[in-house]
Design a protein around this ligand. Structure first.
Ligand code: GLN
Length: 229
């Protein structure tokens, strides 16, 4: 399914982590290396970052076709951002508002996976009818401090759900692994969380399934999530 990436560290151009790496999100949009579900991510993309407020650029088109974004991305420098490329789940709408990251005005949030919307409360604040947007609204309503608990509860209600979340608020990253891959990379200038490594650096760490990941400053902590086996 989708691929996402989060950055917390020194200000860097969005292009340096999203477009330029040999296996970055741009390449992952047509040739992901670790994707278990789906083969390409051509149903949209999105980037969100912070510069005092939340800024987002989302599309329902393939990332590889966006020459305007490629031109501007080197000028978008941020110390915290979330980016994603999308492979839509069958039956889900394809529209810019269905592409991650979703936002409540404070957090940016991406969902890699699938969830039965019937196990989620109807939300008036969801940005789209796509499952990920309804899930994001539910997570925002319960509060980001309850992210691990919310994921475990939703995973219990829908045993077929895959619930890899990646969120940022400008000073921290939060993520969960629940059914799909996630890797971390500690660089001299910051920390990357990504569905799959964007290069062959041996320092990438594979985060085990069913964990909550919290990144603040240069610290990354992992907490196991309880749920059905
Ligand atoms: N279910 C979500 C969607 O349709 C996410 C899909 C994914 O992770 N590829 O957009």
């Amino acid at each position: 399914m989708c691929r996402h990436l989060g950055w917390l560290g020194a200000p860097v151009p969005v292009s340096a982590l999203v477009l330029d790496p040999p296996s970055g999100l741009l390449v992952q949009s047509y040739s992901p290396r670790r994707q278990k579900h789906g083969t390409i991510n051509a149903d949209g993309w999105g980037v969100g970052f912070f510069d005092g407020g939340v800024r987002r650029w989302r599309s329902d088109k393939p990332l590889w076709g966006d020459a305007s974004f490629a031109s501007v991305a080197p000028a978008l420098r941020s110390d915290c951002f979330v980016a994603a490329v999308r492979s839509a789940t069958v039956g889900m709408p394809i529209e810019p508002s269905a592409s991650a990251p979703f936002s409540d005005g404070t957090w940016l949030l991406s969902h890699n996976g699938i969830v039965d919307r019937a196990v989620l409360p109807a939300s008036a604040t969801a940005e789209s009818t796509v499952d990920s947007a309804v899930l994001a609204a539910h997570i925002f309503e319960r509060g980001m401090g309850a992210l691990g608990d919310t994921v475990a509860r939703v995973g219990t209600r829908d045993p077929g759900a895959r619930l890899n979340i990646l969120a940022a608020n400008g000073s921290s990253l939060l993520a969960t692994t629940w059914g799909d891959t996630l890797f971390s990379l500690h660089r001299d200038d910051g920390i990357v969380l990504a569905s799959e490594p964007y290069d062959d650096d041996p320092s990438w760490r594979d985060i085990p399934d069913r964990h909550l990941v919290e990144v603040t400053g240069t610290n990354l902590t992992l907490t196991p999530l309880e749920g059905p086996s």
